[in-house]
Write a protein that binds this ligand. Structure first.
Ligand code: CTP
Ligand code: CA
Length: 225
């Protein structure tokens, strides 16, 4: 009974999930990205759908196949991802920002392949839009879940991000934990809200982590049946 009830915690909700690492072009054949595999975002999208939500996945560069049967929009850069999220924003009930959005992009994108010249090449980078922060400052009814990848001072940094970006929950992971985080099939996260730790989820499959995170989010969203 509990399981089937749990399964439908998100029925009638429209959930947007971002996944993967954004690709920031340097020239036509080169780009900057990061180690995000997309697995955590894909697991969240799959589980949200199982819990009854209508899910829109927005994925940048990923190293695994997306879950079948879920509406997927592929994007490259942080700017593209921002545009894609904004198109869904007004009509959605929850956004989960599991993507590893590049903090910076090349100031200029070379139109032709950059030729090898001097022994040192300097690439100028400019800050990208912070998608989560922008959503946080324009949110109305939407429930906003962020992630925080940290290597130290997890609680302090995570709560600082949560407040700065005005999100409702933040799932922080210590990316130095063996077998968890970037590229792994498992993850361990600590979930925080404004007043501190909500739950500590020890190392387990990304799908199990998604199930627990979404159950907490669903319980806190407005208008739950
Ligand atoms: N995020 C975002 N847009 C960005 C950067 C990050 O929406 N330009 C989102 C991520 O998807 C994640 C959260 O913000 O949900 C935290 O990302 P993280 O990289 O941990 O935090 P930053 O604020 O970028 O800070 P730093 O990298 O310096 O730790
Ligand atoms: Ca960052």
């Amino acid at each position: 009974l509990l399981v089937s009830k749990n399964k439908l915690l998100l029925s009638g909700k429209k959930v947007v999930v971002t996944a993967g690492g954004t690709i920031e072009r340097i020239d036509p054949v080169r780009y900057i990205t990061n180690d995000s595999s997309g697995k955590m975002g894909f697991a969240i999208a799959k589980v949200a759908q199982e819990m009854g939500a209508e899910v829109q996945l927005i994925a940048a560069n990923t190293s695994v196949e997306p879950p079948p049967g879920i509406s997927l929009e592929r994007v490259q850069s942080a700017g593209d991802m921002y545009d894609a999220v904004l198109r869904q924003w007004g009509a959605c009930d929850m956004v989960v920002m599991a993507a590893a959005v590049a903090d910076y992009r090349p100031l200029e994108v070379a139109q032709s392949k950059i030729k090898k010249k001097d022994s040192v090449l300097t690439l100028e980078l400019v800050k990208n839009v912070d998608i989560l922060e922008s959503l946080g400052h324009s949110k109305k009814h939407q429930f906003l879940v962020g992630f925080a990848a940290e290597t130290e001072n997890i609680e302090t940094y995570a709560i600082d991000k949560l407040e700065r970006k005005n999100c409702d929950l933040i799932a922080a992971n210590d990316v130095t934990v063996e077998g968890a985080g970037f590229g792994a099939d498992h993850n361990a996260v600590q979930i925080y809200d404004r007043s501190g730790m909500v739950e500590r989820i020890p190392v387990q499959s990304k799908e199990e982590v998604a199930r627990k995170l979404l159950a907490i989010a669903a319980g806190r969203m407005g208008g739950v049946m």
